[in-house]
Design a binder for this molecule. Structure first.
Ligand code: SDX
Length: 429
């Protein structure tokens, strides 16, 4: 039985189809609203507006559920490798042995970037924010691979562009880090897996042998999986809208990196650590900062708290909080900021302001504490988020193209001046 929604406007009744999703979510299809009624809808921040139908990720904000292609993140974070999860998100199924080895092999052999890109890094000032460098470098990849500039090329060409991007983003991320450290870059090692290779490119020095700590490698693998996709979040929606104009994948992902940088989105993981360190320097008076976050006259927000969709708990935050305890214990790291984070969580979750608004720790609240323990500097935290989110952005961009979705172009309600005539300058007020 097809359901419909009825709308009465100016005394006239209209019917619109109701769409039911695989998990019984309901949506009113208003594709013909303006053509039939002359009205549009208005929904700041698209809080109530779906932009697509997607088969990639399902999340249930009320019950704290997150699944990639039907698999729970709890299982994937425990049992899968990041490249397996990347394959799953992009192609829809977990790879078999042959598929995974082809995927790994292809990515391993695309990890090098053109030598000319070294001069781009030399042009950045010392201390340049790595997200600014990464967004520029990823967009520049489109100039080195002109065949990537047409997103309607063959499936084989698109697949090569996808593999190039997955392979080169870690290389460029590590080079951004080395630029700011003033250290020589470390070239990719084809004998290492994805996480091991990234850690070596980040931390190896010509003056000493380097071998990634398996605890660090395992923690990184888990963090990347937990960040891999999150349906139509701000940066994924950005990648879709930019890609919907037929812009190439590199440029679309570069725009996604820029969106992720914002402190209300992926930039929150850096802002959380900066906030916790300010609280520590300020003497650790947690209630004072919680009160600041509640004060409407104060722009301060509790970074790492709240979420557009999760109104009970972010399942990723639960896993990362547990992993933070485990990783710091295994590495013998005693970080007072972790204790402050846990105490702050307790103070906030016993405060009606946060409980009434469904404000709980999100994915960014504890992730930075693990990154610190892995010796990753704070300004690289959002780069780590981008590394994890890359397969999700690619999957969203690919699905949008495969579904031949139209160019993203929202409407508006105009509230400016009505028609008026030009006045010569000597007649203006
Ligand atoms: C990510 O969308 C995704 O899926 C994102 C993400 C992903 O994986 O891609 O999950 C990753 O971006 C996580 C979010 C990281 N950002 C932060 O931690 C920044 C702090 N959080 C917020 O600014 C806020 O909670 C947002 C941006 C995350 C969500 O904002 P919404 O959904 O637009 O909610 P809102 O701003 O309308 O807030 C509702 C109320 C408001 O108060 P009232 O007007 O009802 O009185 O809650 C308050 C807000 O003032 N509020 C906060 C708060 N977050 C919301 N008050 C204090 N501290 C906060 N952190």
């Amino acid at each position: 039985m097809s359901e419909t929604a009825r709308l009465i406007l100016d005394g006239k009744e209209y019917e619109f189809p109701v769409i039911t999703g695989a998990e019984n979510e309901k949506a009113i299809d208003i594709s013909k609203l303006r053509a039939t009624t002359g009205y549009i809808t208005l929904d700041y921040g698209f809080k109530n507006t779906g932009s697509t139908q997607s088969a990639i990720t399902y999340l249930d904000g009320e019950n704290g559920i997150l699944r990639y292609r039907g698999y729970t993140i709890e299982e994937l974070a425990e049992k899968a490798s990041f490249l397996e999860v990347s394959y799953l998100l992009i192609y829809g199924e977990l790879p078999n042995t042959k598929q995974l080895s082809y995927f790994q092999e292809s990515i391993t052999h695309h990890t090098l970037v053109h030598e000319n890109m070294k001069s781009f890094f030399e042009a950045f000032p010392p201390g340049a924010h790595p997200m600014g460098m990464l967004s520029s470098m990823i967009s520049s990849l489109s100039t080195f691979y002109p065949d990537s500039q047409n997103p309607n090329r063959s499936v084989v060409d698109i697949e090569k562009t996808i593999h190039r991007l997955i392979a080169k983003l870690p290389t460029l991320a590590a080079q951004a880090y080395k630029h700011n450290m003033g250290h020589p870059i470390v070239y990719p090692s084809n004998d290492l897996d994805y996480c091991g290779n990234f850690l070596k490119m980040m931390f190896a020095l010509p003056t000493e042998d380097y071998e990634a700590n398996p605890i660090v490698e395992s923690a990184l693998n888990k963090l990347l999986i937990l960040h891999a996709d999150h349906e139509q979040n701000c940066s994924a929606a950005t990648v879709r809208v930019v890609g919907s104009s037929q812009a190439n994948l590199f440029s679309s992902v570069s725009a996604g990196i820029a969106a992720l940088w914002g402190p209300l989105h992926g930039g929150a993981n850096q802002a959380v650590i900066e906030m916790l360190e300010s609280i520590k320097e300020d003497g650790g008076n947690l209630q004072k900062w919680v009160d600041k976050a509640k004060d409407k006259t104060d722009s301060f927000r509790l970074m790492g708290f709240g979420h557009r969709v999760y109104k009970n708990f972010d399942p990723r935050a639960k896993i990362i909080k547990k992993a933070a305890d485990e990783v710091l214990a295994q590495l013998g790291v005693d970080d007072p900021v972790l204790d402050i984070a846990k105490e702050l969580e307790q103070v906030a979750l016993n405060d009606p302001y946060f409980v009434e608004r469904g404000l709980y720790p999100n994915v960014d609240f504890y992730s930075g504490i693990i990154y610190r323990a892995l010796n990753i500097p704070t300004d690289m935290f959002t780069v780590m988020f981008a590394l994890g989110r890359l397969p999700g952005w690619i999957a969203q961009w690919k699905e949008m193209h495969e579904n031949n979705e139209p160019i993203g172009r929202p409407r508006q309600v105009y509230i400016g001046a009505n028609e008026r005539s030009y006045l010569p300058i000597d007649q203006r007020g």
